[in-house]
Design a protein around this ligand. Structure first.
Ligand code: 4IP
Length: 149
């Protein structure tokens, strides 16, 4: 009856991507076509659309490695060794990931199993944190309250 229809509609509305991920199919094809032709990192992102990219120093152990970070639909956050054009890994996306800017250059992306220690030498760390959180929220909804038990 009516209740069923209301539930169906609500599910349909909630299933729609919101905000930054709300891209029409037509727009998606157009942007992917441009990306395919003009972005040398297209080969690493599994036909996803790159929403933001830039060089980030990723610290692990004693050393930092300069990597091209690629935030895409999916969502995914890939990183590539651009000197050798090799995909090195991904920061796993989940509802529990949490970006944290320390200042304009240094930031973290906390994930359940690892906190990535990152530096944007160009000073756009807050922008990275903002867009990662925006994509996280568009995908999984508002952050869950920290467990204080
Ligand atoms: C490596 O250190 C690089 O930082 C790797 O980053 C990192 O892997 C390795 O950590 C770390 O041992 P060296 O280059 O000095 O050997 P990248 O993959 O970008 O080259 P991830 O990808 O995990 O950060 P381990 O613990 O993952 O092996």
């Amino acid at each position: 009856g009516l209740a069923l229809h209301e539930d169906f509609d609500r599910t349909t509305i909630n299933a729609k991507p919101v905000g930054i991920l709300d891209i029409s199919t037509q727009e998606m094809h157009k942007r992917l076509e441009t990306q395919r032709k003009s972005n040398e990192f297209h080969q690493f992102v599994d036909e996803n659309l790159i929403l933001k990219q830039g060089y980030i120093e990723k610290k692990k152990g004693l050393f930092a490695r300069k990597r091209m970070f690629l935030l895409t639909t999916g969502p995914h956050l890939y990183y590539v060794d651009a000197a050798n054009m090799v995909l090195k890994g991904q920061v796993p996306f989940s509802k529990d990931m949490r970006p944290e800017a320390k200042n304009f250059k240094n930031f973290f992306i906390h994930t359940p199993n690892r906190s990535y220690i990152l530096e944007d030498t160009s000073g756009n760390a807050p922008d990275w944190c903002k867009i990662v959180e925006e994509v996280r929220e568009a995908t999984y909804g508002p952050p869950s309250q920290p467990d204080e038990s």
